[in-house]
Design a protein around this ligand. Sequence first.
Ligand SMILES: *[C@@H]1O[C@H](CO)[C@@H](O)[C@H](O)[C@H]1NC(C)=O
Ligand SMILES: *[C@@H]1O[C@H](CO)[C@@H](O)[C@H](O)[C@H]1NC(C)=O
Ligand SMILES: *[C@@H]1O[C@H](CO)[C@@H](O)[C@H](O)[C@H]1NC(C)=O
Length: 462
Amino acid sequence: MSKFSTLLALLSVLPALSHAQSAVYAQCGGIGWTGDTTCVSGSVCTVLNDYYSQCLPSSATTGSTSTVASTSTVTPTSTTSVSTTTGSSTGTATSTSATSTSTAAAGNPFAGYEMYPSPLYSSEVAAAAAAMTDADLAAKAASVAQIPTFTWLDTVAKVPSLGDLLANATALQASSGQKQIVPIVVYDLPDRDCAAKASNGEFSIADGGEQDYYGYIDQIVAQIEKHPDVRVVAVIEPDSLANLVTNLSVEKCANAETTYKACVTYALNQLATVGVYMYMDAGHAGWLGWPANIQPAATLFAEMYQSANSSPFVRGLATNVANYNALQASSPDPITQGDPNYDELLYIEALGPMLSSAGFPAQFIVDQGRAGQQNLRQAWGDWCNIKGAGFGMRPTTDTPSSLIDAIVWVKPGGESDGTSNSSSPRFDSTCSLSDATQPAPEAGTWFQAYFETLVSQANPSL
Ligand SMILES: *[C@@H]1O[C@H](CO)[C@@H](O)[C@H](O)[C@H]1NC(C)=O
Ligand SMILES: *[C@@H]1O[C@H](CO)[C@@H](O)[C@H](O)[C@H]1NC(C)=O
Ligand SMILES: *[C@@H]1O[C@H](CO)[C@@H](O)[C@H](O)[C@H]1NC(C)=O
């Protein structure tokens, strides 16, 4: 069948598909889209790019928008995207016209910049160090406060603190003359962590979570827009797209697929308008690095990149976030047997060319925050508060591959991966395996005993 007759066949079924109208902010078109193409009253189906059209409130669309460059037309007004979870939604997402930040710099966004160490994590670390009785260990622990670590915006309630963080970094940049990067993690998808339980989030797809998420992104954009002098680098949604590669047999992931893609597309497009350099989370060598997973992963990430109109702000992928894999293992850990990509460098060097072939010239950042010690796990899939882990290589742009922009610390070492309390609603049995440190508090909360281990086992030592 020719392309033309395929199109005719498609057109003939469209009326049947489109009688149920799409909600505000829902997808309504784009290459490969087979769902509703009309929008509920008060919203207009607006082309964001070839891959993604979205129902936007009529008041926010000032005409036809065929490219993301005309960003002022795709910024929703606040009323329909107010999050109900905080009661403090700013509702101030304003139109973002082209500014100097809308042109991406060529090359590595970390080059010539310093990463700003979050005062909040630094104060957690300082308090933890002060609570240690061993003076030598306490001094080593205190030094962690100087090492830049990403700030996780894992609830909408944390977004206002991003404004303070950006203001603080701006002040340091002005006083020191050293350009600053504020590293953040965007992590609040509805039905988050669909294949596990420990990090389930605040938004639910069944309960308006997609629109809550758009409100969350709008608030981040509004904060960044107010602080244009510092650069922001973001890891986008740990585990989410990787779950779509390997875990669609889990019902919650299958149900979330369309929403995850719509939400990540929205995040990529909106954050690009305020000049954020983004790395989508790509799991790790022991997840998407397996021969059966790596090509499907490349295909999905390239699709997401194209859904953001191949924006140069979508710089690439982040690997090993919150995980324990070495960048370069001196020898393969026995648990990696069968995967030729037994460390992060091998994974990245295998994935990079596949992405390029798919049209995504991706660069990488790699989390080494807790990767100082190797051969600790019973199984490669184990991820929860692994016993004996140590802080790893320090953040640097001096990396072993031209595909790697920077080694980073994304997971704040000392914050728990998940509770070991089997009565907790967020209990994941992974956190009670024999290689998991126990007892462990809820995900994201401070875990003093674990922090002490990371300090004492740090490699290179602190
Ligand atoms: C900003 O700096 C102030 C003063 O040092 C500090 O108290 C505050 O915690 C910082 N806020 C953030 C979010 O970094
Ligand atoms: C998700 O996929 C990974 C990788 O294939 C697998 O190890 C894991 O068991 C899956 N999780 C669930 C809950 O099925
Ligand atoms: C475990 O969780 C349950 C339910 O949240 C709580 O009532 C109990 O106090 C917790 N136990 C411990 C030891 O923290």
